[in-house]
Design a protein around this ligand. Structure first.
Ligand SMILES: C[S@@+](CC[C@H](N)C(=O)[O-])C[C@H]1O[C@@H](n2cnc3c(N)ncnc32)[C@H](O)[C@@H]1O
Length: 199
């Protein structure tokens, strides 16, 4: 199947998360500065990486699913996004510990479910849908440049208040910069800016 989003053409793959409302909300709300270095964690078909590549100097697109890396690479080629690198990795495992970014994007698996196979890794977020999100935040902070940001999709299923308090304790100022009501949840984009206080 082919998805047309703004002026991007995305070929989907049966084993890769197909872009949906959550993908589009995050892609619509990206705050990419001219020349930024960007990490797109859990790139899937590459939708946010391709959007970000328009203003960024470089984008690193990462996914734990090798089929997602293939799919994102093919879509980047179709859309002539030549400044994206691709990396199969479980979060930051294969990223150099010294590599830092201005912006880290993540549309995480956030649905409360403890299914564990590779297909479920695209959507199942463990208890409260927060297991993957919490693991990601713990590791992401050390890969941000001074003044760097995280933009992440979260749902009303994920206890947003607690998530924001946790990020505040790590020295981030947080803001909901976009939201959309769906029939059983509200999804939003949480933008967290590192202040330099604390860690
Ligand atoms: C909800 S999908 C989002 C895909 C795409 N960014 C989008 O918005 O359409 C979550 C993605 O995160 C990837 N993922 C899950 N756990 C991961 C991990 N530990 N490390 C890297 N990627 C992971 C999944 O394979 C999947 O492609």
């Amino acid at each position: 199947m082919t998805v047309y989003y703004k002026n991007i053409i995305l070929k989907t793959h049966p084993e890769v998360y197909e872009p949906k409302e959550d993908s589009f909300l995050l892609a619509d709300s990206l705050e990419v500065g001219k020349g930024d270095s960007v990490l797109d964690m859990g790139t899937g078909t590459g939708i946010q990486a391709i959007m970000a590549s328009r203003d960024a100097s470089v984008v690193l697109a990462v996914d734990i699913n090798p089929k997602a890396i293939e799919s994102a690479r093919e879509n980047a080629e179709t859309n002539k996004a030549g400044n994206i690198r691709f990396l199969e990795s479980d979060f930051f495992e294969n990223i150099k510990s010294t590599e830092k970014f201005d912006l880290i994007i993540f549309n995480p698996p956030y649905v409360p479910s403890d299914e564990k196979d590779l297909a479920a890794k695209a959507w199942a977020g463990g208890v409260n849908g927060r297991e993957v999100i919490d693991r990601f935040i713990e590791k992401a902070t050390s890969h941000l440049k001074k003044g760097g940001r995280i933009q992440m999709l979260v749902s009303s299923l994920n206890d947003l208040g607690e998530l924001q308090r946790g990020l505040n304790c790590l020295g981030f100022v947080t803001e909901v910069t976009a939201s959309k009501k769906l029939w059983f949840e509200e999804i939003c984009v949480l933008t967290a800016r590192k202040t330099g206080k604390n860690h």
